[in-house]
Design a protein around this ligand. Structure first.
Ligand SMILES: Cc1cc2nc3c(=O)[nH]c(=O)nc-3n(C[C@H](O)[C@H](O)[C@H](O)COP(=O)(O)O)c2cc1C
Length: 307
């Protein structure tokens, strides 16, 4: 039997929707270690067991394989930056993120919706990962939506549901589709705007938008919600999503615009101008926040500013 193609397998594994956790411990020298993990699973209630799979490629793998105590922190929506820090920042990750010690001195990440303090029950080798099984000794839990992850992208179910749960008459759903430093925009008589559709079925907005894009010859994959706001005067609810795609521009009113040129364009509405300017700014650091509010006022939700 030929082994499966690792890239295709990774993509298939990645289609499983998960939450996002930060796994923390202290190394043999007492220094805190931590990494982002979505391989977390609950295992047993009696005794209370959970597991996570640290990769052998982690700089902290041996610390986790040998640790007597560790903690799992389930991230809340809005904590994308915390996840990114513990997935890729090479400096002192704990200097960037507020935390406090648990009963064993293991760092617990502030703002997580659940934190499990564990003693190591077992650590098993499993291919290029280990399976670290912990017995829960203490935990906290607050109500709230967790940060979601699928197909290599974050999503925020709670915020996206709240965004859909409104009383506006019509809904407009659009996509900021990015590829290789460019964004696909539609030119209208009022100015530029992301490709968008108007619809009445809130529940089917994303699907309807995808179908519309396909019909217009645009292959795009929708990611996290980026800007969700109501225009009360117009009685319209707007939801824009980040998306990736191959920008083979199908022509017509659609055109690819370099991200650095976005702040020089005239947009169809002031709200879209603000959104696209924010997008151009945030694209520099690849740190995209979610705007929730109305056309004039709202909150930008980042890891440190949460509802
Ligand atoms: C959402 C997400 C989930 C991840 N899940 C895991 C995981 O379950 N196990 C793992 O070993 N690495 C996982 N990673 C990758 C590690 O977080 C990353 O390789 C690690 O932080 C690198 O740490 P290092 O620089 O100390 O080696 C995940 C990354 C992300 C963004």
């Amino acid at each position: 039997m030929t082994p499966p193609d690792p890239r295709a397998l990774r993509t298939a594994f990645g289609s499983f929707m998960t939450g996002v956790t930060i796994v923390t411990a202290r190394g043999p020298d007492g220094a805190p270690v931590g990494f982002t993990a979505n391989s977390f699973s609950s295992v047993s209630l009696d005794p209370p067991l959970l597991l996570v799979c640290p990769g052998k490629f982690l700089s902290s793998h041996d610390s986790f394989a040998a640790c007597r105590h560790f903690a799992i922190n389930i991230l809340a929506e809005g904590q994308e930056e915390v996840s990114n820090t513990f997935a890729s920042y090479k400096g002192d990750r704990f200097a960037r993120v507020a935390h406090r010690p648990d009963l064993h001195g293991v760092p617990l990440i502030d703002g997580a919706i659940a934190q499990f303090s564990c003693t190591t029950h077992q650590c098993l080798p499993a291919g290029d990962h280990s399976i670290l099984i912990g017995q829960v000794r203490d935990f906290t839990h607050v109500n709230g939506a967790g940060l979601g992850y699928v197909g290599g992208q974050y999503f925020s179910l709670g915020l996206e549901r709240a965004a859909l749960d409104d009383t506006m008459d019509t809904a407009v759903c659009g996509a900021i589709i990015e590829d290789a430093g460019q964004v696909l925009l539609e030119q209208t008589s009022q100015g530029f705007r992301p490709p968008q559709i108007a619809c009445t079925d809130r529940g089917g907005m994303r699907r309807a938008l995808c179908e519309d894009l396909v019909a217009r010859g645009v292959a795009a994959r929708l990611g996290q919600a980026y800007s969700v706001f109501d225009d009360r005067e117009a009685g319209t609810h707007f939801a824009y999503f980040l998306a990736s795609g191959a920008l083979a521009v199908p022509g017509g009113t659609l055109q690819a615009v370099a991200i650095q040129d976005l702040s020089n364009l005239t947009y169809s509405t002031a709200a879209i101008a603000v959104m696209m300017t924010r997008f151009a700014r945030e694209a520099r650091t690849r740190s995209f926040a979610l705007y929730l509010g109305d056309a004039q006022r709202g909150d930008v939700h980042t890891s440190s500013e949460r509802i």
